[in-house]
Design a protein around this ligand. Structure first.
Ligand SMILES: Cc1cc2nc3c(=O)[nH]c(=O)nc-3n(C[C@H](O)[C@H](O)[C@H](O)COP(=O)(O)OP(=O)(O)OC[C@H]3O[C@@H](n4cnc5c(N)ncnc54)[C@H](O)[C@@H]3O)c2cc1C
Length: 597
């Protein structure tokens, strides 16, 4: 088992009320039966086409030979069947050939893909993201040329942002775009590095959504434009000809070895055409509109990988005999299973606590994304603000704590965890990229504290506090949950104190002191947010206990127990973080002398 259908259904239907989205005409098709059918279809695809190849594809890797890249042949089937199932354009409008699927359902369904084989899903979802930019901002002739080929899985999409000197800081992008006689057509020159799915032999063409600077454009972010740059140029009759996009290499890396990470040169050996998306100099604005989806997507990959690692380590702990129970004096008895050692149970509960709350937060954000599109008035505005403040958390906590959870999973297996015979080492290697791409943890933390907490004079923060408080109030009415509601309320009050203290420093005008511990603030804020998700789940499970029996009853009891674990073992970490964040001694600021030696 690499993911739980029972848990996904529970989160969708009981915690996040997915069916409520069907009240909006845009999502009218998505009633419970359809939702369950789509989830089952995704799981079937993951079970048959993805999971069986997880280890094999890692061993096979990616081969760069004479300017071309060869990947495992199964990738062709995965892309084709993913496209046939409608997953590339799942969330797109009917008029564009999509299924108008809510993001909530899409994320729940693709959780199975990521958990089954995390390194292959980007080949599908990058095409989704790239095609979304084309449908949202491009002229009709570009939509007609590119979208059918992308939705059918014949053409791959990418996001080509990063350059050697411009990683976290996209304002330093240098790739150039020179206007031509033809409106909207530019000549592109420059290089991009680390481009996922940037080239491979399983699709006929690759379509790069590329950031570049038009000649004479202003410096910084205000001078960046977005272009469609195909590897092969489609002519009116459908023929394809080279567009001078050269693959200079594929980066070898520790994980996600199935996923190509390319170094691309544009226009180095001749003219490379790019087609302007929307208006000049608005490239980053368009890209940022895709950012929320992409950040939820990375959080989802992280939690799904950690979920698969959790189930693998749980299985091992239930099979591996070693040592005796701590109170056992009779050494002639056979060894006990390692799941009976409290320290092993602690590692398993830690994983379960991290992955199940992370998945719940992903679903929370995906639903907010849906509501911010289809709701109206105050409901729409609140969904938008809450989503904005949660997005950096939704990317970062599953990524950072996901890595820690997988490390605990690997540790659960002892020596076997480190060896190739078991998949834990692969999950560990694969997951390490999550805190890095799509905005590093450092960058997400600057976004949370520097922008989102202060957004619209603190309105997003206010909506967050009100929403968490509503859950606390509901839980307070349950005798068994009231002590946990109380703990979360105390943490929330402390959060306001800590935030007030930091904003006081910001008012003094010293951004460097204000933001120096932004990543610690991120962890602090995230731990409270996950406490909120656990309380939400516990409320549902507490209410369900009396009406259930057998496995279902046990499922809810396990949820409540893990919520208690979270509040007793994880939430207290906020106290140490608060202590640090309230201190006024700064030891990490650069000074006149370099003290790191
Ligand atoms: C496997 C892989 C796949 C990728 N896929 C893609 C892709 O498909 N498309 C694409 O465009 N890019 C892609 N990337 C690039 C990725 O998004 C960047 O690596 C990432 O944004 C970080 O940029 P960088 O590597 O230049 O690191 P840097 O920006 O140099 O950062 C190095 C360190 O400094 C910190 N740092 C930098 N600036 C600040 C600051 N202002 N304040 C605080 N800390 C800071 C960072 O947090 C980090 O810890 C991929 C990268 C990898 C490794």
């Amino acid at each position: 088992m690499y993911a739980s259908l029972q848990n996904v259904r529970y989160l969708l239907h009981e915690v996040h009320n997915a069916e409520s989205l069907a009240q909006y005409p845009h999502f009218a098709d998505y009633h419970r039966e359809t939702i369950d059918m789509m989830i089952q279809a995704a799981k079937d695809l993951a079970d048959t086409e993805m999971y069986p190849y997880f280890v094999e594809m890692d061993h096979y890797g990616v081969h760069y030979e004479n300017g071309t890249i060869r990947v495992h042949p199964q990738l062709r089937n995965i892309i084709r069947k993913g496209a046939e199932g409608g997953w590339v354009g799942a969330t797109a409008l009917h008029e564009h050939g999509g299924m108008q699927m809510p993001e909530l359902i899409f994320n729940a369904a693709t959780h199975f893909f990521h958990a089954a084989n995390n390194g292959v899903v980007g080949y599908i979802t990058l095409t989704t993201g790239a095609s979304r930019l084309i449908t949202n901002f491009c002229a009709q002739h570009l939509i007609d040329t590119y979208i059918p080929k992308m939705y059918s899985g014949e053409w791959q999409g990418t996001m080509a942002l990063t350059e050697p000197q411009a990683g976290s800081s996209l304002s330093d992008i240098k790739t150039g775009a020179k206007p031509t006689d033809q409106p909207g057509v530019y000549h592109i020159s420059g290089q991009k590095i680390y481009i996922s799915a940037g080239d491979h032999n399983c699709t006929e063409n690759v379509v790069h959504l590329l950031l570049a600077r038009i000649e004479g454009a202003p410096a910084g972010t205000k001078g960046i434009s977005l272009f469609v740059v195909p590897k092969l140029k489609p002519a009116a009759d459908g023929n394809l000809s080279p567009n001078n996009v050269t693959t200079a290499g594929n980066y070898g890396k520790i994980g996600q070895k199935t996923y190509t990470t390319t170094h691309l040169m544009f226009g180095e050996q001749g003219i490379c055409e790019g087609y302007l998306v929307g208006e000049p100099n608005k490239g980053l604005t368009y890209m940022f509109q895709m950012m929320n989806e992409a950040r939820i997507g990375v959080g989802l990959t992280a939690v799904s990988t950690a979920t698969a690692a959790y189930y693998a380590s749980l299985k091992y702990a239930n099979e591996r005999p070693q040592g005796r129970r701590l109170n056992e004096k009779d050494m002639s008895l056979p060894p006990t299973l390692i799941i009976n050692h409290p320290d092993v149970r602690r590692m398993l509960f830690f994983q379960k606590a991290v992955v199940e709350s992370s998945l719940s937060l992903i679903f929370e954000c995906a639903k907010l994304q849906d509501l911010s599109h289809v709701a109206t008035g105050e409901a729409q505005e609140r969904a938008h603000l809450l989503l904005e403040i949660l997005i950096p958390v939704c990317k970062t906590y599953p990524s950072e704590y996901g890595c820690q959870a997988i490390s605990a999973g690997l540790q659960t297996l002892g020596g076997a965890g480190y060896c190739y015979d078991f998949p834990l080492q692969q999950y560990y290697r694969d997951a390490r990229i999550m805190p890095i791409y799509e905005g590093t943890t450092g960058i997400q933390s600057l976004d949370l504290l520097g922008r989102k907490v202060t957004m619209q004079n603190g309105t997003a923060a206010k909506v967050y506090l009100e929403t968490v408080t509503a859950t606390i109030q509901e839980a307070t009415r349950h005798e068994t949950l009231a002590p946990y509601a109380q703990r979360l309320e105390t943490a929330l009050t402390e959060l306001q104190g800590v935030t007030g203290h930091l904003l006081g420093i910001a008012k003094e005008g010293d951004q460097e002191r204000f933001l120096s511990d932004a990543t610690l603030f991120m962890e602090y804020f995230s731990l409270i947010t996950m406490g909120w998700q656990w309380l939400k789940m516990a409320l549902v499970s507490e209410n369900a206990l009396s009406g259930t029996s057998g496995d279902e009853h046990l499922f809810h009891k396990s949820k409540i127990h893990t919520m208690r674990y979270y509040f007793h073992y994880e939430l207290p970490k906020t106290q140490g973080l608060a202590t640090r964040l309230l201190e006024t001694t700064y030891l990490t600021l650069p000074g006149e002398e370099e003290l790191l030696m």
